[in-house]
Design a protein. Structure first.
Length: 391
């Protein structure tokens, strides 16, 4: 009892110390230019909002800020009822032809617990990775399957989906999510890789996944319920999603989204964060960074290189959703802009990597490929960015 009392007293003193530190912070340390930029009177009484603006570095220009609009495409990637096309990769330009890879699956999805383990549970279930080509970025020709599901019993025999492409030293690397049958609530998906000498394939699949969830959570009971846990484990204890490889600083950075066992709703919505795994070789092995998780939010990965660092666009989920962030070292991201109002980041925005440059941090956002939904079906669209107000 005495030890508990001492502990409570210690915690109280620590809390008081932290509160005192927060309330006595010297806000005069910020230069006059910051106060002027934020329209906050220096030396006056500061509201909580004004303190947040100072603490969180809101005094930034619009270099990283933009809004978005989307357009329907022409050719084979027009809306098609009964067919799911979603989660496009980045767009690569090879010999004057644009290539994009995406998830494709026909038929409706039935959800879990439908009584038939062979029925689709999600729009991306029983999917394959397809690809399409274009010479102008508007009219696309669907070319066929790039990566099929694996043989029965393999780690990718149920579904392969959400691809990303890396063109590197004359080879083309596709990374994507995989699911092994049966597709249940507690299934732990992995990340696979296929390689080709041509953007048109054939792509040769690696026999083992290159990334798996961190195996440190514990389910509660045998019920197939992803929210019943004894311990939640790491941020990626359940799933690793949306892979994207970037050659960076002489290594290969595999950015990915993690989902946690027993995932909760937080102040920002779903409990979703990003991680990164790093390798000396493009095919792996990949080692997860000691800094993981590296974001507090985000869904589909959208990252690109800029002036020695990495820019990231975080769309839905989490308290920092709808932001563009920058990490000088590719790991420690800081918020640079917030995308708000009627404009939202495009779903699974696939940037055009051939137009990315160091003159403009938003060169990657000039145009790209994303997906939208109509009448219950996902389909591929084009997105473009713009400045909503330019004095």
């Amino acid at each position: 009892m005495k030890r508990a009392s001492i502990l409570l007293t210690s915690l109280f003193l620590i809390g008081c110390s932290q509160k005192e530190e927060m309330t006595t912070k010297n806000y005069d340390e910020y230069p006059d230019s910051v106060y002027e930029y934020l329209a906050i009177p220096k030396g006056g009484t500061l509201s909580a909002a004004s303190k947040r603006a100072l603490d969180r570095n809101y005094a930034q220009d619009d270099s990283f800020f933009c809004e978005f609009k989307t357009h329907d495409l022409k050719g084979d990637l027009v809306f098609e009822e009964g067919v799911t096309r979603r989660d496009p990769s980045s767009v690569i330009l090879v010999d004057g032809v644009y290539y994009v890879y995406y998830t494709k699956s026909p038929g409706i999805s039935h959800g879990f617990g439908n009584g038939d383990p062979e029925k689709k549970v999600f729009p991306w279930d029983k999917s394959e990775v397809w690809y399409a080509t274009s010479t102008d970025g508007w009219t696309w020709k669907e070319e066929g399957v790039a990566v099929s599901r694996g043989a029965r019993g393999d780690y990718d025999d149920r579904s392969v989906f959400t691809p990303e492409v890396l063109a590197y030293e004359g080879k083309y690397y596709l990374v994507y999510q995989t699911v092994k049958a049966p597709y249940a609530n507690r299934v732990k998906n992995q990340v696979g890789m296929s390689i080709s000498d041509s953007p048109r394939g054939p792509f040769k699949r690696l026999p083992e996944p290159i990334l798996s969830p961190t195996d440190d959570g514990e389910w509660d009971t045998e019920e197939d319920n992803r929210f019943l846990v004894k311990s939640r484990g790491s941020f990626d204890s359940h799933k690793v999603h949306d892979p994207c490889i970037v050659p960076y600083n002489g290594k290969f950075y595999l950015y990915y989204k993690g989902e946690r066992m027993g995932e909760r709703l937080t102040m920002g919505g779903r409990e979703i964060k990003w991680g990164v795994a790093i390798s000396d070789n493009v095919e792996g092995p990949y080692v997860k960074s000691e800094y993981n998780p590296i974001t507090n939010s985000g869904h589909e990965i959208c990252v690109w290189k800029y002036k020695g660092g990495i820019v990231a666009m975080l769309n839905s989920d989490g308290p920092e959703k709808g932001t563009i962030q920058y990490a000088e070292d590719g790991v420690n991201f800081e918020i640079k802009a917030m995308i708000s109002g009627r404009s939202k980041p495009p779903h699974a925005g696939g940037i055009v990597r051939s137009i990315v440059n160091d003159d403009d941090p938003l060169s990657a956002m000039e145009w790209g490929i994303a997906f939208d939904r109509k009448d219950g079906w996902d389909y591929i669209v084009r997105f473009e960015s713009y400045k909503p107000f330019a004095p």
